[in-house]
Design a protein around this ligand. Structure first.
Ligand SMILES: NC(=O)C1=CN([C@@H]2O[C@H](COP(=O)(O)OP(=O)(O)OC[C@H]3O[C@@H](n4cnc5c(N)ncnc54)[C@H](OP(=O)(O)O)[C@@H]3O)[C@@H](O)[C@H]2O)C=CC1
Ligand SMILES: Nc1nc(O)c(N)c(N[C@@H]2O[C@H](COP(=O)(O)O)[C@@H](O)[C@H]2O)n1
Length: 309
């Protein structure tokens, strides 16, 4: 695995196209992401250019995480958990584990990445928006707006509801077009799959086919190759439990699929009925961890590390 310094770097070739905005940025007081994130990703500290992640949405950004790995995006796995390692409550009940300060940090993380990925379990359970609405606002008539990551949903059987917030936001012009990743259809077809595909496409989704693994789930290494081909240079993986397990699992680890893990640990206990992500990670298959940094955001501890084989 490459070092953080080699992975997280600025695309300085893009700077020329942004000189006017850069000048503007240097003469305007703009919100900055937490220094913690600059350190974790080894972004140049105090460099105003480094923090100018919030120029026009669809144009190249001054700052974009990317990796020198040719066949996948830079991948950050991040989520919030309780002290007893639960990410949701009884029966999957969505919990506000992060306090305001760490949630703000998470929204900065979102704007750092080209894509934001969740599994269909999370999409069905939480109906998330996956946007950057907690970041400090800019004036409506100014040149700045935050980069929105592309929502990406792992959904083998196309169960995403057509009235979900991700599709509604896209249709209302306040969200990016969601990409729904499904299994590659076999040659003789599957009529109900095709019909669900048509409904989702008609209501705004882009369907992306990727091969499945031995368990019939989307193959994570194949997914990453495909996303990179489609221009995703950096991917934030938010969860839920099964997706976290897949990314921390042996196959993904051995295929070098993660760069950085950032976990928000909230000072709360959920107990037995809560949703954990460790159940399929048997002790002899646990990843090694290499600590990068831990910082307090309000009452929450945010821990950044790398996984090792
Ligand atoms: N605290 C936090 O930070 C977060 C908490 N959550 C919580 O997590 C819970 C949802 O977790 P969970 O139910 O496990 O759902 P996930 O969001 O992890 O989605 C899992 C589903 O995604 C599909 N999938 C396709 N390919 C893969 C793959 N390679 N690996 C894993 N999944 C794949 C499968 O469904 P199919 O076969 O149909 O394709 C699978 O059942 C919710 O309660 C939510 O609130 C979620 C995110 C963050
Ligand atoms: N960072 C974090 N802290 C929590 O306490 C959470 N419950 C989550 N959940 C994740 O955020 C999604 C909701 O996003 P929106 O607020 O709708 O934009 C949720 O689906 C989980 O992925 N994250």
């Amino acid at each position: 695995m490459r070092t953080n310094g080699a992975d997280a770097r600025f695309d300085r070739a893009r700077l020329g196209r942004r000189l006017a905005q850069t000048f503007d940025a240097m003469t305007t007081i703009l919100p900055s992401p937490p220094n913690f994130l600059s350190r974790v990703f080894e972004l140049p500290a105090g460099d105003v250019l480094a923090h100018s992640v919030y120029v026009d949405d669809d144009k190249p950004r001054i700052c974009s995480l990317h990796t020198l790995e040719p066949n996948r995006p830079y991948v950050t796995l991040t989520f919030a958990q309780s002290l007893d390692a639960k990410i949701a409550g009884q029966g999957g009940k969505q919990l506000a584990l992060s306090g305001n300060e760490s949630m703000l940090m998470t929204h900065w993380l979102r704007t750092f990445h080209d894509g934001i990925l969740v599994g269909i379990g999370t999409a069905l359970n939480d109906n998330p928006q996956l946007n950057t609405r907690h970041l400090p606002p800019f004036s409506a008539d100014g040149p700045y707006k935050y980069h929105l990551p592309r929502p990406i949903i792992l959904d083998t059987d196309l169960r995403l509801p057509i009235d979900c917030k991700l599709l509604r936001n896209y249709r209302a012009g306040v969200g990016r077009r969601p990409w729904v990743v499904t299994r590659a259809i076999v040659a003789d077809g599957d009529e109900s799959h095709v019909s669900r595909q048509t409904s989702l496409e008609t209501t705004g989704a882009r369907i992306i086919e990727v091969n499945t693994d031995g368990d019939g789930r989307i193959s994570i290494p194949s997914l990453l190759v495909r996303l990179r081909e489609l221009g995703i240079q950096s991917l934030m993986v938010e969860g839920g439990a099964r997706v976290i397990q897949s990314f921390l699992g042996v196959e993904a680890r051995h295929r070098n699929c993660i760069d950085t893990v950032i976990i928000t640990v909230a000072p709360t206990l959920v107990g037995n009925g809560g949703v954990g992500y460790g159940t399929d990670l048997s002790s002899d298959m646990l990843p090694g961890v290499q600590h990068i940094e831990t910082e307090l955001f309000g009452r929450d501890a945010v821990v950044a590390f790398k996984v090792t084989q």
